[in-house]
Ligand binder design. Structure first.
Ligand code: SF4
Length: 78
């Protein structure tokens, strides 16, 4: 059981490393049991984020081309 918890924590850490640079990512949960740990504004279309799972991020791949410095523009509608 401890190994499963460790594995989930590792997956969450990897996700955090990959996605934290995405300009649409607002927050990533620290809870490894959270099924939708990522709060994303890309799919909400406004500054209020929607909760997404890691599979959505991995298929979206916006994190590969995003820059967090551009988030200000999105949040302000620019
Ligand atoms: S779903 Fe796409 S846009 Fe949203 S946080 Fe994940 S990688 Fe970024």
């Amino acid at each position: 059981m401890k190994e499963i918890v460790k594995l989930k924590q590792t997956m969450l850490n990897v996700t955090h490393e990959l996605i934290s640079g995405c300009r649409f990512c607002v927050q990533i949960s620290l809870d490894p049991e959270d099924k939708t740990p990522i709060q994303c504004v890309k799919y909400s279309g406004c500054s209020i984020p929607v909760h997404t799972n890691t599979a959505t991020c991995l298929s979206c791949q916006e994190y590969k081309r995003s820059n967090k410095n551009e988030r200000q523009d999105i949040a302000s509608g620019g």
